[in-house]
Design a protein around this ligand. Sequence first.
Ligand code: G3H
Ligand code: 13P
Ligand code: ZN
Length: 354
Amino acid sequence: MPMVPMKQILEEAAKKGYGVGAYNVNNMEQIQAIMRAANETKSPVIIQASRGALQYSNLIYLKKLMEAAVIENPEVPIALHLDHGNSFETCKTAIGLGFTSVMMDGSLMEDGKSIASYEYNVDVTRRVVEYAHERGVTVEAELGCLGGIEDGHGAGIAVDDDTHLTDPDQAVDFVQKTGCDCLAVAIGTSHGAYKTLRYDKDGNALPPRLALDRIEQVEKKMEAAGYPSYPLVMHGSSSVPQELVEIVNKYGGKMKAAMGVPMQDIQWGIERGVRKINVDTDGRLAITGAIRKVFIEHPEKFDPRDYLKPAREALYELIKGKMKDFGTAGHAGDYAPMTLEEMAELYKRQPATV
Ligand code: G3H
Ligand code: 13P
Ligand code: ZN
């Protein structure tokens, strides 16, 4: 099966009411682990690469690894997505590489840190949509800002500051003006392991305070404006499983108390219109814990395969669980894949902006 436009994956998920994880990758082992989980659970999948990942893999390696994933998994609909594109040029580069979806994150300026104006966000997103849709490529946009600044990404917004959450009325105006295919909403999540910086009296991390009702509000307004089942995206959706943090620390890591987004909250969102769920941190924890374990238990070993294999296995187990929990499992064969050319034709017939 060729890579499919992400729009198709999200629309099919909306029809049946499930969510699809978008998993960040940088290397072969991550791609293999996620694809094995997708193949075995029969799940459509979104593989995403950040700008950092593209740089790390020198662009071409990631592209070729993804081509291998497609060849090896002909039954799995795969979308290849650019995570947090920071400019028109970055999105253009990803599209040139064969990505079937890009995120134009115009909620921040090109530096990935300064908060952008609404007008800037509309303008840059609309330009990317025009370029991408001509080529059948899906566009995700972001309205409002995530909290925190981990991964060098984010405006450093405090966890209890709700002034940057997505405004449901503005969401409708934004989609009408830009024609973006799905929208990342700011509902109080943030990237990384240290999402809350809130602790109880014993020093245990508390879960993030999420404005989940915004999902419902945005979805209702979108429906009233003529966009039923509009796909929403949840960033910063790692659950930071305590057992993974414990493994990291048991084998010499020094992670502070950390807490992520509880799976019930994600499932609540999926029931109300969240279709794409971004996960990076949990994979990092699984990989790091597995590698640390080998280093501590077998300090004599020095063949990279001795620790990369368990790392790959740990990531596979984690993602397999998420595919089941998000409801993605079992849906890979539900539909015939669309090509980018077919999607481009569809966009021509249905103009995206009003
Ligand atoms: O946007 C955040 C993702 O976790 C990607 O992180 O930029 O370190 O690759 P990265
Ligand atoms: P996590 O850091 O919670 O995994 O979020 C990743 C993300 O949103 C990538 O865009
Ligand atoms: Zn993100």
